[in-house]
Ligand binder design. Structure first.
Ligand code: ATP
Length: 465
């Protein structure tokens, strides 16, 4: 049962330390958010899951971590300086700014109803900066608006250093910046965000098959993160809405509290990107319309083993947003449960691999030497398993601790009590979802926790298969 509204999520995120407005002590920076103690764990877990499935569990993808600031020529040849624009309309009365392509009527202000508005004008979304001490046109660089262009620019480096043959992919996760006209819906549309992008290079003619393949793979992956398929619309983007570089695009639209909206785009970008960035463009039978490139010093092409001809590969690009992913998995995990007797609880039923805290170890009494020492010993042993964060929770109120860990989605709580240290060398384990408690020996705890996380992982991959 997802959250009833975005406000419920925003409030939980702040209260429990997932997400804060950036620079809120100075009134906040619009379209920027900071991930708090639990948010950073959740975000890293989602990114780890993506990297594992895209790189480690495959044999045809290499990773990359490129610079964030990009060469201006890279964004000239990619088409971003010319076309990465949104149409901006401003109201001369209330000074509201709006995206013309999101307005019902571009002659009427959506905020105050005035017709005293500007004509739509193009607004480039890239953040411009200067590299080095001199500010001039020559020193201009851009904060990347997507991670993809650096992947294309590194195509030859990766091929030469790994001897990869098409089909293969290059995966990258990292920051992207877009000076959105309006940032809205919490972390859904922000100005600084992270992307998880794969550029998968294929032989022209095999592109459609691979496009379908990646659509299916990505739906399976989101299911493993807790988003059921029936909550994701697959939009086959109509031709007149396609980006100029795309032959076909599937948008995956998750049902957010504000409505269905894009969580990931899976585009067939043809040979547009490598074709634009390659030198000697005339030597190849490019299908995309490209800008003439006199600056590149590399051929971004591969040799076809059969025909012995060089060609520029096509690209299939699954590109997902980390913030939009975090918002979706939080929304889907959010559950309000009626416990009877007028009592209820809020619990985040994250898939265990995404939970920010894997196990909370709670001594029954706060600041008690014997209980504390045993709880710390257990924490350290479990921490060494490498599953993620294990928390020593020294608050001394078991009821409150359980409530707090339900609300942040901790799958297992371990309570250390007086019997633990005085008689039975056992602890109480409480399960987040069933709230069942059982007693197990400390000797068996390590295996129990390991098995719990392994079983959860294999259950999720089987369910999505
Ligand atoms: P939209 O139409 O919502 O602006 P887009 O089609 O421009 O998105 P892409 O260029 O395909 O987005 O970027 C790939 C992914 O990056 C998106 O599916 C989304 O998850 C994420 N993304 C893009 N812009 C933003 C943003 N402003 N804030 C957060 N995530 C974003």
């Amino acid at each position: 049962m997802p959250a009833k509204s975005m406000d419920e999520l925003v409030s939980l995120c702040k209260r429990r330390g997932f997400i804060f407005q950036s620079a809120d002590i100075y009134g906040g920076l619009k379209g920027m958010y900071d991930f708090g103690p639990l948010g950073v764990e959740l975000k890293n877990n989602l990114k780890d899951a993506w990297w594992r499935s895209m790189v480690y569990e495959r044999d045809d993808v290499e990773g990359l971590d490129s610079s964030i600031i990009g060469h201006k020529l890279m964004f000239t040849y990619s088409g971003h300086t010319e076309t990465f624009n949104d149409p901006l309309v401003e109201c001369k009365d209330c000074h509201a700014r709006m995206r013309a392509d999101h307005m019902k009527d571009t002659s009427v202000c959506e905020q105050c109803g005035s017709t005293n508005v500007t004509e739509p004008r193009v607004f480039n979304l890239m953040f411009k900066t200067n590299i080095g001490p001199i500010e001039s046109e020559d020193s201009v660089g851009y904060l990347r608006p997507e991670t993809a262009q650096h992947i294309f620019a590194n195509f030859k480096n990766v091929v030469d250093s790994t001897a990869r043959k098409v089909p293969f992919g290059i995966a990258q996760m990292g920051k992207a910046f877009r000076n959105e006209i309006i940032a809205r819906n919490f972390i859904f549309r922000v100005r600084e965000f992270e992307q998880m992008e794969l550029e998968f290079f294929v032989k022209p003619g095999e592109d459609e098959k691979w496009h379908e393949y990646w659509l299916e793979e990505r739906l399976k992956w989101w299911e493993e993160q807790g988003l059921p398929r029936d909550k994701i619309n697959v939009l086959d983007v109509p031709d007149d809405d396609l980006a100029h570089y795309a032959k076909r695009t599937y948008d995956l639209e998750y049902k957010y509290p504000h409505g269905h909206d894009e969580i990931e785009g899976i585009a067939n970008r043809t040979d547009y990107d490598l074709g634009n960035h390659t030198k000697a463009q005339n030597e190849f039978d490019l299908t995309a319309e490209v800008h003439e490139n006199k600056d590149s010093n590399s051929k971004l092409a591969v040799l076809d083993d059969e025909s012995k001809k060089w060609y520029v590969p096509y690209v299939i690009e699954p590109s997902a947003g980390v913030e939009r992913g975090v918002l979706a998995v939080m929304n889907e995990a959010y559950t309000e449960e009626d416990l009877g007797d007028g009592k209820s609880r809020i619990v985040l039923k994250f898939k265990p691999h995404l939970a920010p805290i894997k196990v909370a170890v709670i001594p029954l009494k706060k600041n008690h030497d014997g209980l504390g020492a045993k709880a710390r010993e257990i924490k350290n042993t479990l921490q060494a398993l490498g599953l993620g964060r294990i928390l020593f929770e020294n608050t001394g109120n078991i009821g409150k601790a359980y409530r707090r860990h339900d609300e942040v989605g901790t799958p297992i709580c371990v309570t250390v009590d007086f019997d633990t240290i005085e008689s039975d060398n056992a602890v109480t384990i409480r399960d987040r979802d069933t709230m069942e408690q059982k007693r197990i020996k400390i000797d068996e705890l390590e295996d129990f926790v390991k098995d719990f996380y392994q079983a959860a992982q294999s259950r999720d991959s089987k369910a999505a298969a």
